[in-house]
Design a protein around this ligand. Structure first.
Ligand SMILES: [Ca+2]
Ligand SMILES: [Ca+2]
Length: 199
């Protein structure tokens, strides 16, 4: 699965890593044999972070984290067997949706069409003086090219400075750095079916 993500969706920089639970160290040798994903051992010492506890991990959970390492969901590999292509594709889609939603906004895009063109200059002019009723801004205020919640002269400058830039659709190559999405695979034996499904 990591190879699939790296090959087909490199712009999302999605990373899968394994974290074994504190007290389950005895399983590390067998679970990592023949596999090459990064593997961490939760320590669980008093006063130190224990992610299995804080994420309320159950056996064979995949924990999905955003770019701030905040948990946004869990996907259990016992409930959703990755040998089933529907499950496999569902997990891929969760990864992509998470990465997409945490993607950096396109600076200069005042019309919210993922490209910076003459339309954005018009959008700034037509909405000049607008204030986003959402605080903090949701980044969708028409004319707000720099996503500060206001349409001002600074937005005209943002359009000019980013003119011609685009935000590529899913699966396409992107020239700009995209957001990173860290994914943690929790659970001893979590990748037990890895070879069978060639993830
Ligand atoms: Ca635009
Ligand atoms: Ca603005």
């Amino acid at each position: 699965m990591q190879n699939n993500l790296d090959t087909n969706y490199p712009e999302y920089d999605i990373q899968i890593l394994g974290i074994n639970g504190a007290g389950l160290e005895h399983g590390n040798t067998s679970i990592t044999a023949g596999r090459n994903i990064p593997w961490l051992q939760d320590v669980g010492h008093t006063g130190e972070p224990n992610v299995w506890t804080s994420w309320e991990v159950t056996y064979r959970d995949v924990i999905i984290l955003d770019t701030d390492n905040t948990m946004v969901g869990a996907f259990n590999l016992t409930t959703h067997d990755l040998r089933n292509w529907d499950s496999y594709n569902a997990l891929i889609q969760i990864f992509l949706d998470t990465a997409m939603s945490h993607r950096a906004p396109l600076l200069g895009d005042a019309s919210n069409d993922n490209q910076v063109t003459g339309r954005d200059l018009i959008a700034v002019q037509q909405n000049f003086g607008s204030v986003d009723p959402n605080n903090p801004t949701d980044g969708l205020l028409l004319g707000d090219a720099n996503d500060d919640g206001l349409v001002t002269g600074a937005d005209l400058i943002a359009v000019q400075q980013n003119f011609g830039n685009t935000l590529a659709p899913v699966g396409a190559e992107v020239p700009e750095p995209a957001s990173a999405c860290l994914l943690a695979l929790g659970g001893l034996g979590a990748m037990a079916h890895r070879r069978q499904v060639a993830v």
